[in-house]
Design a protein around this ligand. Structure first.
Ligand code: UDP
Length: 463
C-alpha cells in the first residue's frame, strides 16, 4: 500500500541547508539511510527523503523530514519476494527511475535554493548522471562495510581468473584463499557469485565506477574495525571517506521497520537468565528451503539452549509460515525453551541481557548490531556481502563460528554448544565485548566516528 504523501510545499526550514537522501528500497538499506538522515538532521540540516512507492518508509514516524515519492517506476504491484534476486531489483531501479528522479530533484531545487547535496545508496549508481546534469554534488552511502566493498570492487578479477563456471566437488570444499581477495576462500565463491555471476559482475562494475565519480563515501562502520583495509580503499578511491558508524547507536531503536516488530519477544526474554538465549534471524531477504528449515528446527530443539527464532513469513520456500513443522514440535519447544516470532525488534533483542549468541545470515546491519551489543555469532551466510562478512567475523575478528555444511542439525547443535557453553565461546565473547567497548569510545567526543561526523558536516557545508 502506498502510504506516502508527495509534499509540494516544503515546510519552512529556517534557512537550513537541505540534503536529499535516496535509499535503496530494501529493509537492510532503508534502516541505515533513515538513521543517517536522523544523524544529519540533528546536525542542523533539513532532510528530504526521496523514495520509491515500493517499500516506502512510513513518513508518520519522521514528522521532521520531508518525503518525496518517485512517481511510477513500475514497482507498485510487486512485493519484496518478487525481488528476492537483488540484482534484478537494482537493475530495474537504475534503468527505469532516472527520469522521474531527475524531475523530482529539479522541482525540489526550484522550490528550495538551499538543496546542497544528494546522498544515495551506492546501488543507485545511475543517479550520478542525474547529479552531474543538475550540478548537485553526490555523496555515496555504502550500507555494507569496507572489506566487502573492496571484494566487490575486485569482482572483475574473479571473471578474469575464470571463476564464473560450475565448481568441482573439491573446489566446493577448498579452504584455499582466492588470490587477491583474501580472506575469501574458494569454497565461498559459489554463494558470493550468486546465481547470475555475469549480471552481478556487470552491475557491480557500474556501481564501483559511479562510486568513483561521487564526491565522497559515508560508511556505516567505524575506523577501529576496518583500519587494515583503509590504505587499499584510499588507494582505489582517493577522496574523503567518512566512517561515522555504527549509525543505530546515535538513536534508539529503529522506526524504519517495514514489518511490525513483535514486542512480546522482549517480555519472553525477560523470563530468561543472563546470556542464556540464542537469537536466530536471517534478515529481510534470505529464503531457505523446507528441508533446511526443518534441520534448523531440530538443531535448535536438540541443543537444549533456549532460543528466540524469527521466522519471516515467506522465508521458507513453498510455505507460508510454520506449517511444515512436524506435529507436536511447537508444544515441545513451548515450555520456556523456544519462542518463534514473525519479526522482532532486533536491536532491542540483541541488547537484552538474556541474549548470549546470534545465529545469523551475516547481513551487515545484523553483524554490526551484534558487535555493538557484544554478542558472538554463528554465521550461515546466504549470498553477496554476507559471505565476506562471515569470513571477517570468524577468521579475522574471531567473534563467531561458521556453519561449514550449511544448515544441518548436528552441526547447528554442536555450534550452539561451542558458542554458548565451551571455552572457545567465552573467548569469542571477550573479543566481541572488546569491540563493543571500541564502539562506545569511537562515538564519544574526540572518538573516530564522532570526529569523522564533524568532518562530514563541514565537508557538506563547504559545497
Ligand atoms: N531486523 C528487524 N527484525 C527482525 C530481523 C531483522 O528489525 O526480526 C532488522 C535488523 O535489525 C537489521 C535489518 O532488519 O537492521 C536487516 O538488515 P541486514 O543487513 O542484517 O540483512 P538483510 O535484511 O539486508 O539481508
Amino acid at each position: 500500500m502506498d502510504t506516502t504523501t508527495t509534499t509540494t510545499v516544503l515546510p519552512n526550514n529556517g534557512g537550513r541547508r537541505r540534503l536529499v537522501l535516496l535509499p535503496l528500497p530494501l529493509q537492510g538499506h532503508i534502516n541505515p539511510m533513515l538513521q543517517l538522515a536522523n544523524i544529519l538532521h540533528s546536525k542542523g540540516f533539513s532532510i528530504t527523503i526521496l523514495h520509491t512507492r515500493f517499500n516506502s518508509p512510513n513518513p508518520t514516524n519522521y514528522p521532521h523530514f520531508n518525503f518525496l515519492s518517485i512517481p511510477d517506476v513500475g514497482l507498485q504491484n510487486h512485493s519484496l519476494s518478487d525481488f528476492a534476486n537483488v540484482i534484478r531489483l537494482v537493475h530495474h531501479l537504475n534503468t527505469s527511475s532516472l527520469h522521474p528522479i531527475r524531475d523530482c530533484l529539479a522541482r525540489l531545487m526550484l522550490e528550495d535554493a538551499g538543496v546542497s547535496c544528494l546522498i544515495t545508496d551506492a546501488q543507485w549508481f545511475a543517479t550520478q548522471t542525474v547529479a552531474d546534469d543538475l550540478k548537485l554534488p553526490r555523496i555515496v552511502h555504502r550500507t555494507s562495510n569496507i572489506s566487502s566493498f573492496l571484494l566487490f570492487a575486485a569482482f572483475p578479477l574473479l571473471r578474469d581468473m575464470g571463476y564464473f563456471r560450475p565448481f568441482s566437488d573439491q573446489e566446493l570444499k577448498s579452504e584455499a584463499f582466492v588470490p587477491g581477495l583474501e580472506p575469501l576462500k574458494v569454497k565461498d565463491l559459489p554463494k558470493f557469485l550468486t546465481s547470475d555471476p555475469v549480471g552481478s559482475c556487470e552491475l557491480l562494475e557500474l556501481m564501483v565506477q559511479a562510486t568513483k565519480q561521487a564526491r565522497a563515501i559515508i560508511w556505516n562502520s567505524f575506523k577501529e574495525l576496518e583500519e587494515a583495509e583503509l590504505p587499499t580503499l584510499r588507494h582505489g578511491f582517493s577522496y574523503p571517506h567518512f566512517l561515522i558508524g555504527p549509525f543505530h547507536k546515535y538513536f534508539p531503536a529503529s522506526s524504519s521497520s517495514l514489518l511490525d516488530q513483535d514486542k512480546t519477544s522482549i517480555s519472553w526474554l525477560d523470563k530468561h537468565s543472563h546470556n542464556s538465549v540464542l537469537y536466530v534471524s536471517f534478515g529481510s531477504l534470505a529464503i531457505i528451503e523446507e528441508y533446511q528449515f526443518l534441520e534448523m528446527a531440530w538443531g535448535l530443539a536438540n541443543s537444549k539452549q533456549p532460543f528466540l527464532w524469527v521466522v519471516r513469513p515467506g522465508s521458507i520456500q513453498g510455505s507460508e509460515w510454520l506449517e511444515s513443522l512436524p506435529d507436536g514440535f511447537l508444544e515441545r519447544i513451548a515450555e520456556r525453551r523456544g519462542y518463534i516470532v514473525k519479526w522482532a525488534p532486533q536491536q532491542e533483542v540483541l541488547s537484552h541481557p538474556a541474549i548470549g549468541g546470534f545465529l545469523t545470515h551475516s547481513g551487515w546491519n545484523s553483524t554490526l548490531e551484534s558487535i555493538c551489543e557484544g554478542v558472538p555469532m554463528i554465521c550461515s551466510p546466504c549470498f553477496g556481502d554476507q559471505l565476506p562478512n562471515a569470513r571477517y567475523v570468524c577468521d579475522v575478528w574471531k567473534i563467531g563460528v561458521e556453519l561449514e555444511n550449511g544448515l544441518e542439525r548436528e552441526e547447528i547443535e554442536s555450534s550452539i554448544k561451542r558458542l554458548m557453553v565451551d571455552k572457545e565461546g567465552i573467548e569469542m565473547r571477550d573479543r566481541v565485548l572488546n569491540l563493543k567497548e571500541k564502539v562506545n569510545i569511537c562515538l564519544k567526543k574526540g572518538g573516530s566516528s564522532y570526529t569523522s561526523l564533524e568532518d562530514l558536516v563541514n565537508y557538506i557545508l563547504s559545497f
